[in-house]
Ligand binder design. Structure first.
Ligand SMILES: [Zn+2]
Length: 279
């Protein structure tokens, strides 16, 4: 009888002590993930549910996911993963602490012992393998990064993209200053101020559009002017006029650009108005 058949007979992958015996290193964790998947998906065994290492969730069907633990309607409890035993039957935990909410997402499995972070070049161990974000590359390959590394990568890409938009719009001398994104459902994407002698333009991604806001330029251009001159300056910069042919969200000092090329076009128009009428 082979070792895997013996393990299968004892169903080590489906009881607390058995599961703990896999958790010596990342390879063991991945063996556990494979064996539970085979049991659930191929042999149609109904499995027990476990919280593993405080960060992972193994369900009744052989799925394996990431988990966060919190009280209902509140933030995850940061100390909980370290305080829990390495293997917990989720039903037992919930019977002890019924107000606990365990939220799980079935993402790709954690990195293996051969994966390296594409940002910092370091790998993972079983102790920190929950600290990962995965993206799929062009050939569907998995690209892993630590969470902080993923954030840095995202922010660098975002700033690089905004710099490129600015340069293509003729604002290559504008000083680009990163600011926190003002649309948080996209994740960490950083926004930026494009600082010019005529004022700052705030630019950054919302979900599918690039938000462009030139309020600062208009205020500078109108500063100290009497009412009529100020109204004239405002009309020169008015987004409703500048972009009247485009069906997009716009007002006097801001516009949504559908894609990089549109953002370049709008920035050019705003910058032209600033150079002609700005101060
Ligand atoms: Zn990293």
């Amino acid at each position: 009888m082979t070792a895997s058949l013996i393990a299968g007979a004892r169903r080590d992958y489906d009881n607390g002590a058995g599961i703990a015996s896999y958790l010596t290193d990342l390879d063991g964790l991945h063996r556990l993930i494979r064996e539970r998947r085979d049991a659930g998906y191929e042999r149609k065994e109904r499995l027990n549910e476990f919280l593993i290492l405080g960060h992972f969730w193994a369900d009744t069907c052989g799925n394996f996911g990431a988990t966060t633990i919190g009280y209902r309607y509140s933030e995850p409890i940061a100390w909980m993963p370290d305080a829990l035993p390495r293997v917990v039957e989720s039903e037992r935990l919930l019977s002890l602490l019924p107000r606990l909410t365990i939220t799980s997402t079935f993402r790709p499995p954690p990195p293996t012992s051969t994966n390296l972070c594409s940002e910092c070049g370091r790998g993972w161990t079983i102790a920190n393998c929950h600290d990962n974000e995965v993206r799929f590359g062009r050939n569907d390959e998995r690209i892993f990064r630590h969470k902080r590394c993923a954030q840095l990568h995202e922010e660098r890409e975002s700033l690089r993209e905004l710099q490129e938009i600015a340069s293509n719009a003729g604002l290559d001398r504008a000083v680009l200053i990163p600011i926190p994104g003002e649309y948080d459902r996209t994740g960490h994407r950083t926004w930026a101020l494009l600082c010019t002698p005529w004022g700052d333009v705030k630019i950054g991604w919302r979900k599918r559009v690039i938000n462009i806001d030139w309020t600062d330029m208009v205020e500078r251009a109108g500063a100290g002017l009497e009412y009529e001159d100020r109204a004239r300056v405002r009309s020169v910069f008015d987004g409703n006029e500048l972009f009247k042919d485009d069906q997009t969200t716009k007002d006097a000092t801001h516009v949504h650009a559908w894609g990089n090329a549109k953002a370049v076009e709008y920035l050019r128009a705003i910058y032209a108005a600033a150079r002609e009428h700005g101060r």
